[in-house]
Design a protein around this ligand. Structure first.
Ligand SMILES: Nc1ncnc2c1ncn2[C@@H]1O[C@H](COP(=O)(O)OP(=O)(O)O)[C@@H](O)[C@H]1O
Ligand SMILES: [Mg+2]
Length: 299
């Protein structure tokens, strides 16, 4: 089982059309045709959107994404037009809203991996490849790869996991020229971000970007380099050969799988509400990620 424990109703704002309620973000369109992305405080774990929110999470991740777009601006243009809250929208949207130019999205999840884990590890253990790329023997969960790799995936329907595909498959789907640009941009942006994170004591293990066309220009879209779209690991606890502690949701995952939660994640029942101290510690982790990466104090 998976999905929303409680699916929120879209907010009605005059002049905005509701497009989509995502796991974490709500999408609207304004009269100019721009995309309004509102990051909620929802969080997901084990394929469920949990019934408990993490206060300020949407704001923290929106500010982090904006900071990254700035760090990357010389490598890739981005989709953000402004952070203005549309007239008539709830005051709570401040800080969590991005007005973006509506792009023609490329239907490829552009993943870069510098370390082996997750679906990459699963494929590696079967075939010594990731997305068809051959890797050396002897890598384990959390190993650093000889060099970052582009491991694209295609979007699956809601609730399903994305499917890793080969570069050749991407080239067939979007054309050789676009595929080459996606790979080049993804690896360039990952490498820049990995180096910045490393200076701050964080390992950027992998991350996912989405690109769209503004005219004929590939533009960085969606959110970038947040703990929701990336794996950040504390460098001082990195130990290949085991699962690395996740920088953000470790408390949530640990608690949900503990006896205290009394929840069977393989069963039919939705996950229970999170206790207050788990909420607070998780909120503190998101803020720590923001503060460590940006060097700014969260206020
Ligand atoms: N600038 C943009 N123009 C058009 N679509 C975009 C842009 N940026 C992101 N998107 C799309 O918006 C959607 C965001 O949905 P998301 O919040 O990720 O929900 P879900 O949880 O269903 O994936 C994705 O389909 C993404 O491709
Ligand atoms: Mg998404």
């Amino acid at each position: 089982m998976s999905g929303f424990v409680e699916k929120p109703e879209p907010v009605q704002v005059p002049g905005l059309t509701h497009l989509h309620t995502g796991k974490v973000r709500d999408l609207y369109q304004n009269a100019d045709g721009d995309l309004i992305m509102v990051a909620s405080d929802r969080t997901s774990a084990y394929d469920w959107v949990l019934p408990t929110e993490i206060p300020d999470k949407g704001r923290v991740l929106t500010q982090l994404s904006l900071w990254w777009f700035d760090q990357l601006a010389d490598l890739a243009p981005h989709h953000v037009i402004s952070t203005d809250v549309p007239p008539g929208a709830p005051a709570d949207w401040a800080g969590r809203t991005l007005v973006c130019s509506s792009l023609t999205m490329v239907p490829v999840e552009c993943v870069a991996r510098g370390y082996l884990t997750g679906s990459g590890l699963v494929e590696y253990e079967q075939s010594r490849t990731v997305c068809g790329l051959a890797l050396p023997e002897g890598l384990v969960n959390g190993s650093e790869l000889p060099a970052p790799i582009f491991t694209p995936a295609t979007k699956a329907a809601v609730g399903d996991h994305d499917e890793n595909v080969s570069y050749e498959e991407v080239a067939r789907q979007v054309g050789a020229e676009t595929a080459a640009q996606l790979r080049q941009l993804t690896l360039a942006v990952y490498s820049r971000a990995r180096d910045i994170a490393r200076e701050r004591g964080l390992i950027l293990a992998d991350t996912k970007f989405e690109f769209g066309f503004r005219g004929d220009r590939l533009t960085l879209a969606d959110e970038v380099l947040t703990p929701d779209s990336s794996r950040f690991w504390p460098a001082d606890q990195w130990q290949p050969g085991r699962a690395q502690p996740s920088f953000d949701k470790q408390f949530v995952r640990d608690w949900l799988t503990s006896p205290a939660a009394a929840w069977d994640r393989t069963g039919e029942q939705p996950p229970p509400a999170l206790p207050q101290d788990i909420v607070e510690r998780t909120r503190a982790k998101y803020i720590e990620a923001y503060e460590r990466l940006t060097g700014h104090t969260w206020s």
